[in-house]
Design a protein. Structure first.
Length: 486
């Protein structure tokens, strides 16, 4: 595995610790080697020392198993690569050829672009020019989101990648899809016969998807000010969650069958025109406030953010999936920074019974039935239903049945990158995003972005530590609903 940008933050925090944990579980293939490629002037030993420090700091499993770490580090190498210099890529090719021979890996190579998106084209062209992708073995490339900044740039990126790599060898990684709780959405729906018959417009009133973060932009001001909440979260993470909730049962849990069903959902989402954007979307930006007992600055005071920035840090959308299963069921998405807490959850709210048998007074404390799929941080599933309160009279109150991963399986949930890196090695793209998925998502988002550039609807401010601007509550109130408080 060649990691371009191997001395960067992503490599140190996520990739190297994930690979170490795969080694600890004995899941890495025989002869596996890591080749770091970055502009820093390091040798193998200096890179190994740096990798060891990052693994000790960020590995999810502690304490570190020194024997496993030493064995893993012995398979780590480093080559200085300036992405603009073809000679450096030729040096990389020579190093890889040496490792092919010494470690008997048969020319199999994965190129991981842990670098900013503007570098992808340069890396792909240099890899081709240096003949690194010729010869025996498989050659795969992994790229991080964002996959383009709109539909046009996404298509251009796909063309660039496909000039060198076949689509089956392009792994667009979205770490959300590697989370156990996200994969469990499919298991929950299709491995249990009691849920699928009620999973439709006949009984479901609405679906809410919340992706809330308590943090600000955390030093990513320059990137975030160009992206905003819709590009950073909604276009990828939130729409992927929507697709998994709404998809039809696939024929098998295989890459193309699963992804085919997700694409059908994304294409079935009712387009939001620029005029409709005013009624069905909300955008907001946080000002100073209190989060978890700490006073925090407003977005415009964050580092590398323009003083008069109009970038949204909160987005709320009302979407409809126009197909037989979901006709007229609203899907509400909200995503924001500097929220009261960090939480990602999907709430499936059911319709009220057609007739209240017990009278209104007995059911004052009764809420609609709901299933909540908690993606993070308290991973699990809860079912909300009505039960009789122990008393002489008849009162019904909502109660909750709870399943939690950590107590049910008595094991720590694996890091998403561990699963995704392993899937890439074995060539299983089920949990990676296909080109047509990316394009379908951008086709939905582009008109919204265009309307927002025309200030439709206007940007609203909300204090840090709140659940977004007042317009977000009004979006549901006009439908006679309200946001669930996680």
């Amino acid at each position: 595995m060649v990691i371009f940008g191997a001395t960067g933050d992503l490599s140190g925090r996520k990739l190297l610790p994930a690979l170490y944990n795969l080694a600890k579980q004995r899941l890495l293939p025989a002869g596996f080697a890591v080749v770091g490629a970055a502009i820093d002037d390091l040798g193998d030993d200096a890179f190994r020392k740096r990798a060891a420090e990052k693994i000790r700091e960020f590995s999810r499993t502690q304490p570190i198993d020194e024997r496993v770490l030493d064995s893993f580090l012995s398979a780590c190498f480093y080559t200085k690569v300036d992405f603009g210099r073809l000679d450096d890529f030729k040096s990389l090719q020579r190093r890889l050829s040496e490792l092919d021979t010494s470690r008997h890996v048969g020319g199999n190579r994965i190129f991981y672009c842990a670098t900013p998106p503007p570098t992808y084209e340069t890396i792909v062209e240099q890899v081709k020019a240096a003949a690194i992708v010729g010869g025996a073995g498989f050659h795969r490339i992994v790229i991080e989101k964002p996959f383009g900044s709109d539909l046009k740039s996404a298509r251009e990126l796909t063309k660039i990648l496909q000039r060198v790599f076949h689509e089956d060898s392009v792994f667009r990684i979205d770490h959300y899809l590697g989370k156990e709780t996200v994969q469990n959405i499919i298991a929950f729906r299709f491995a249990n016969s009691i849920f699928e018959p009620v999973w439709n417009a006949n009984l479901i009133d609405s679906v809410q998807i919340t992706v809330a973060e308590e943090i600000g932009v955390e030093g990513r001001g320059a990137y975030y000010d160009r992206a905003g909440a819709v590009r950073d979260i909604v276009q990828n993470h939130a729409l992927q969650l929507l697709a998994l909730v709404a998809m039809e049962p696939p024929l098998a849990f295989e890459a193309n069958t699963v992804r085919d069903e997700k694409v059908k959902v994304l294409r079935a989402i009712r387009p939001i025109t620029e005029q409709e954007a005013e009624r069905s979307t909300v955008r907001g930006q946080f000002t100073k406030g209190w989060v978890l007992g700490e006073h925090v600055p407003g977005y415009r005071e964050e580092k590398n953010v323009a003083p008069g920035s109009l970038t949204e840090t909160f987005a709320a959308l009302r979407l409809f999936v126009d197909n037989w299963r979901w006709a007229n069921v609203p899907f509400y998405i909200r995503a924001g920074k500097r929220m009261p807490k960090r939480v990602t959850e999907i709430r499936i709210q059911f319709k009220l019974p057609p007739h209240i048998t017990f009278g209104r007074e007995a059911t004052q404390e009764l809420d609609p039935n709901a299933i909540t799929l908690r993606i993070q941080p308290e991973e699990g599933i809860s079912l909300r239903f009505g039960a009789k309160v122990p008393s002489a009279g008849l009162r019904i109150r909502s109660v909750t049945m709870d399943f939690q991963y950590i107590t049910a399986f008595l094991t720590e949930t694996p890091e998403a990158y561990e699963r995704l890196l392993l899937d890439c090695m074995i060539g299983d793209p089920t949990l990676f995003t296909r080109a047509d998925e990316v394009e379908a998502a951008w086709a939905l988002i582009d008109p919204i972005e265009a309307a927002w550039r025309d200030d439709k609807p206007p940007l609203q401010m909300y204090a840090a530590g709140t659940w977004g601007p007042p317009a977000a509550a009004k979006l549901l109130a006009q439908d006679g609903r309200e946001w669930h408080r996680p």
